[in-house]
Write a protein that binds this ligand. Structure first.
Ligand SMILES: NC(=O)c1ccc[n+]([C@@H]2O[C@H](COP(=O)([O-])OP(=O)(O)OC[C@H]3O[C@@H](n4cnc5c(N)ncnc54)[C@H](OP(=O)(O)O)[C@@H]3O)[C@@H](O)[C@H]2O)c1
Length: 316
């Protein structure tokens, strides 16, 4: 029987949690073992994690008792919600509250809550620079996560709030890669103006979370932010051009145009990009790259990520 301390990972079959599962399993001499939480222990992804050495257990963050059972005996818990599955900030708040309650009741020593800012501290809904969404949010998929920080604190679960960054992997999976214009030249169409934008290889989020669990007490009760690099749209396009060996132009899409693109979440993301732009300084400052690298010395730069992933970016 292993005497390693267990880290229970919500979202283990997903991008953030999966990165943490793999980081723990790769750290063979490390102090932690991993318990992967999933609603579908029989899925291919869950079976793959079991094959790699994770303990796979059933849990649904809509059901507090199932999460409490899954957290029982764990030293640490990584908590994440998936806004894009349901597009409901209220549901995210409930799921966060369920996880916080379960962590407290199970006596978890260190919980990491994967969060983002409540952007209403910068853009209150009375500010007319952008539309208010769902009656009370500026950036719904940010605001509910940020609001939930206080739920974790109030629960008494010893928590680190981890501010994540935009994944470069969105260029592959979220349809955000460069598109070919009428002239045949690729364009990176993003509403970033000329400001710096913090982003990260998603697998590095899990590696940073492992760094936080290792350093433990130092970070309980604190909010920390991570990024692999802060780059402008023009800098990203230049790096993409080198990696793809063809020109890539940066197209600074106006926020209103992006909000009007019509795909699910377009308004939410348009508002997010505008907040990133209008508050680029505090947004970047909250995600210090040197600090992030101190948690995860293998942190990738955008060039490093492109060297491994450029071929996977669909080019249309
Ligand atoms: N895309 C970005 O650039 C970016 C940047 C920062 C933050 N985020 C945030 O990241 C979050 C998504 O994380 P991700 O990218 O890691 O997601 P993902 O790859 O889509 O995976 C979602 C994970 O959540 C689990 N899950 C969903 N609902 C669950 C439930 N009711 N009970 C238990 N597990 C549940 C799924 O597990 P099973 O299906 O196996 O149960 C799966 O492992 C979103 O809230 C988003 O706002 C995204």
């Amino acid at each position: 029987m292993s005497d390693k301390k267990i880290i229970a990972v919500v979202g283990a079959t997903g991008a953030q949690g999966g990165g943490l599962v793999r980081a723990i399993l790769a750290d063979k001499r490390g102090e932690f073992a991993v318990r992967a939480l999933t609603r579908k222990p029989d899925s291919d992804k869950a079976r793959e994690l079991a094959t790699l050495g994770a303990q796979v257990v059933a849990a649904d963050v809509d059901d507090t008792a199932s999460v409490r059972r899954a957290f029982a005996g764990a030293h640490g818990a990584f908590c994440v919600t998936n806004f894009w599955e349901h597009f409901s900030p209220e549901k995210e708040l409930t799921q966060a509250a369920n996880m916080a309650k379960a962590a407290k009741e199970a006596g978890v020593k260190h919980t990491i809550w994967s969060t983002l800012e409540d952007t209403r501290k910068w853009v209150p809904i009375t500010d007319d620079r952008m539309p208010t969404l769902m009656e009370k949010y500026s950036v719904p998929h940010f605001d509910a996560k940020g609001e939930a920080d206080a739920i974790f604190t109030a629960s008494g679960a010893p928590t680190t709030c981890l501010l994540t960054s935009f994944y470069w992997d969105n260029l592959i999976h979220f349809g955000m890669g460069p598109r070919r214009g009428a002239d045949g030249v690729l364009a990176l169409n993003m509403p970033l103006g000329d400001r710096k934008f913090p982003a990260i290889a998603v697998e590095d989020i899990g590696k940073c979370a492992l760094g936080l669990f290792k350093r433990g007490k130092e970070f309980i009760g604190r909010t920390v932010g991570i990024a692999g690099e802060h780059l402008t749209g023009a800098e990203m396009a230049a790096k993409l051009a080198r990696a793809l060996s063809q020109p890539v132009r940066y197209n600074a899409v106006p926020f209103d145009v992006y909000r009007g693109l019509g795909f699910p979440g377009a308004e939410d993301l348009g508002n997010m990009f505008q907040v990133n732009h209008d508050f680029a300084e505090p947004f970047c400052a909250a995600r210090d790259v040197a600090f992030s690298r101190s948690l995860n010395p293998a942190m990738q730069t955008f060039d490093g990520w492109l060297a491994a992933n450029a071929k996977r970016i669909p080019l249309e």
